[in-house]
Design a protein around this ligand. Structure first.
Ligand SMILES: [Mg+2]
Length: 263
């Protein structure tokens, strides 16, 4: 994959302003909120909540948060009232703006294997670094030194790889940790689900920073704006790249203005 050198085109909001329907899909950690050593302190950049609320208030955009976090983990950090639509745990769970929830069923064998992986991690000193969520178990190493990170990565990989291979689970690294996931859902599936329900002529955008967002960028393809939100560009399937938080906030504010100015 090529690196993404391009900023957004100057007139990107022209097609947005003219579109009959709008879809704004946003990753959370690293995109709307800066990383924190303590995961439960990762609140949005200043101005983000207000701007998202302004977009939600108009009711003219289907705004969706798409995260690897569990929804219950995300809601208090996002702290939007009313809360928007959220797809959590890499697309295994969905919360509608009404508060209605859907959890996709996972195979029992895979769920048992995740429970076993958690017991293994806990009995090998990783309990405090583990996060359990629907269809996924993660170990986090953000804030550790290079040598400590390598040690946690190796220990978790050694414990989980045999289980992953036996039962067919995915072992994937993300920015700050390693995840053992039940396959079959990812952020690309979420983008497909959202686009499949969109009216013709809808303007869609997906903003994300992490390797797990690449599935979403690929799923969106040429059907919308795919935007990598990072300090430094990297190889990505995204078509554009912006710096957080200034360019991110400018993007969201411009989106809100388009929504507000429409009759
Ligand atoms: Mg992220």
């Amino acid at each position: 994959m090529p690196t993404v050198p391009r900023s957004l085109p100057d007139d990107w909001f022209g097609p947005l302003a003219r579109a009959s329907a709008r879809l704004l899909m946003l990753d959370y950690d690293g995109t709307l909120a800066p990383f924190r050593e303590e995961r439960d302190e990762a609140v949005p950049y200043p101005g983000v909540r207000e701007t998202l609320s302004a977009i939600l208030e108009t009711g003219r955009t289907r705004l969706v948060i798409v995260s690897g976090r569990a929804i219950d983990d995300l809601l208090p950090l996002l702290a939007l009232d009313p809360a928007p639509e959220i797809w959590g745990s890499h697309g295994w769970e969905q919360r509608l703006p009404s508060g209605e929830r859907h959890l996709l069923p996972a195979p029992g064998e895979s769920t048992d294997a995740l429970a076993q992986a958690q017991s293994l991690a806990e009995s090998h000193g990783l309990a405090g670094r583990c996060e359990t969520k629907p269809a996924c178990l993660a170990v986090h190493w953000r804030g550790l030194s290079e040598s400590e990170t390598a040690e946690v990565r190796e220990r978790a990989s050694a414990l989980w790889r045999p289980l992953a291979e036996n039962v067919g689970l995915e072992l994937r690294e993300f920015d700050g940790g390693l995840e053992l996931r039940i396959p079959g859902r990812d952020k690309g599936c979420v983008v497909e689900a959202i686009l499949s329900g969109a009216p013709p002529g809808a303007f869609a955008a997906y903003l994300g920073d992490d390797l797990t967002d690449e599935d979403a960028f690929r799923a969106l393809g040429s059907r919308g704006l795919s935007v990598l939100v990072r300090e430094k560009s990297r190889a990505s399937a995204a078509s554009h790249w912006i710096h957080p938080p200034e360019e991110l906030l400018a993007f969201l504010q411009r989106w809100a203005q388009c929504d507000q100015s429409r009759p």
